[in-house]
Design a protein around this ligand. Structure first.
Ligand SMILES: [Zn+2]
Length: 487
């Protein structure tokens, strides 16, 4: 049978060979299904390879609202935390997850806004990364007319790859939603939940995030029991970090909060009773499960979703949040470097890419002088919102001073500052909070900004160079598709 792949010509573009391979694979799958030989999706996956014999994986990690400044802040934080006495001379001893990249580039983030607006949101930016097409802010993988745009995760699932979405936000939030669902507005979270569970042709094997309310019969407007439906479809459903750790290698739906997002990393670490897993823990589990579910390989998106929220709040908790995301990047880099977690079925070529969808907060490593002090940022034990709630019941200047010192290490709070907090505990939050001022940490906005964001990539030589340059955020998907031979 003559075809472009059979001619043996070596000057054909990879994409042409890939699309031929995909058509051949899909035709084979169709024949199997027609003959009744197709038992389960997993067994169908076992018999095929679209990656030329070697398993191929893509792990994409998105620090929502991150930037080069956030990366620098994570480096300073890690160095100061490691050895305050050696700081700043030890800054370049720090090895972050991103430092293991083979290629570093950047992307533009502007959306296709009807008014020409430059500043994007996670809907339009997530759509651009997942589909390669720009759309309007708030859109979730639909075009201006509301037509669904196919995502790389959907192409990967159709080609027999295992797929996963992991986030510290609501599972129905914009970034994960843009990879597997299609709605006109990111606010349609009940519809996003419905599509995750009922659009079985998408078949996301691992779904981990926050907020059960959009999946539960007693809180959904249509009273659909999406958790029960997912279990009937073969998902193991878990609600706590312990349950996640104990889960077997089945499809997993994990919803770790009743409503809303995960707590900030800082607040989770401070709470001995937390049942929420960390982002690195979820990343390890997702990789383990996906590795075992397809011989072809997998596509996994991991989002550090609360970097963005700390940015909106101008909260110094943004730095440990970025550090946690970087630890998940390190998990992925470690995996790409190593022999796998032992549940795969052969040698793997893993492409790791980390890129923010946009910057949030206009974060600046300075305020209005040459002064910066990392001690209050490293010593803060909780986010500013939690600290404000803790200050609420206090009734004296001395109590306020004692509590601020216990929670932030700041031991020179003035009586005026303490009085202000006594009158209005919310003064501990926001751009001009005492930790921001003492640290010399600056913010320009409580919204997103229009700056380019960095891209870090590790993977086989044949593909990693795609990410080592400046390009548009819509160009990233070509690299994912090429690595997985999707088109
Ligand atoms: Zn945001």
């Amino acid at each position: 049978m003559p075809s472009t792949t059979d001619t043996g010509r070596n000057d054909e573009p990879t994409t042409e060979r890939a699309s031929t391979a995909r058509r051949t694979f899909m035709a084979g799958l169709g024949a199997l299904a027609g003959s009744g030989a197709l038992g389960t999706t997993a067994s169908a996956r076992d018999g095929h390879g679209v990656g030329g014999g070697r398993t191929r994986n893509v792990i994409l990690l998105v620090p929502d609202g991150g930037s080069r400044v956030h990366d620098t802040a994570a480096r300073y934080y890690s160095a100061y935390q490691d050895d305050p006495a050696a700081f700043p001379a030890n800054i370049d001893d720090v090895e972050l997850g991103i430092d293991r990249a083979d290629a570093v580039g950047s992307v533009s983030t502007y959306p296709d806004d009807p008014d020409g607006q430059l500043i994007t949101d996670s809907g339009a930016a997530g759509t651009a990364i997942a589909t390669g097409q720009k759309t309007y802010p708030t859109a979730i993988s639909v075009d201006h007319a509301g037509n669904p745009i196919e995502t790389v995760l959907e192409r990967a699932a159709a080609a027999g790859y295992a797929t996963g979405l992991v986030t510290t936000t609501q599972l129905t939030h914009a970034t994960p939603a843009a990879f597997a669902t299609h709605v006109r507005s990111r606010g349609q979270q009940e519809e996003i939940a419905r599509q995750y569970v009922r659009e079985q042709d998408v078949d996301v094997d691992v779904l981990l995030g926050g907020d059960r309310s959009h999946f539960r019969a007693d809180s959904r407007k249509d009273h659909a029991d999406l958790i029960g439906e997912a279990e009937a479809n073969g998902y193991q459903y878990v609600e706590t970090a312990d349950e996640l750790a104990a889960a077997e290698n089945e499809k997993i739906l994990g919803l770790f909060t009743e409503t809303g997002h995960f707590d900030y990393s800082l607040d989770r670490t401070d709470d001995p009773d937390t049942t929420q897993p960390t982002l690195p823990e979820m990343t390890v589990k997702a990789i383990e499960v996906l590795e075992s579910r397809s011989r072809n390989g997998f596509f996994l998106m991991v989002e550090g979703g609360r970097v963005d929220h700390a940015g909106h709040a101008n909260d110094p908790a943004v730095v440990p949040e970025q550090v946690e995301h970087d630890a998940a990047v390190n998990v992925a880099m470690e995996y790409a470097d190593g022999p796998g977690f032992g549940r795969g079925r052969g040698p793997a070529d893993t492409l790791v890419v980390t890129v923010a969808d946009h910057e949030t907060g206009g974060l600046v490593l300075a305020r209005d002088s040459y002064h910066m002090d990392w001690e209050p940022i490293v010593d803060q034990e909780v986010s500013q919102g939690v600290l404000a709630a803790e200050l609420e019941p206090l009734s004296s200047v001395e109590e306020v001073k004692t509590h601020i010192e216990a929670r932030t290490g700041i031991d020179d709070l003035s009586t005026d500052e303490a009085n202000e907090l006594l009158d209005d505990p919310s003064a501990i939050t926001g751009r001009d909070s005492v930790v921001n001022r003492r640290a010399g940490l600056g913010w320009r906005t409580d919204t997103h900004s229009a700056t380019d964001v960095p891209v870090y990539a590790k993977g086989p030589d044949a593909i990693v160079g795609h990410f080592g340059k400046h390009q548009d955020n819509t160009d990233l998907v070509d690299g994912f598709d090429a690595h997985l031979n999707l088109r």
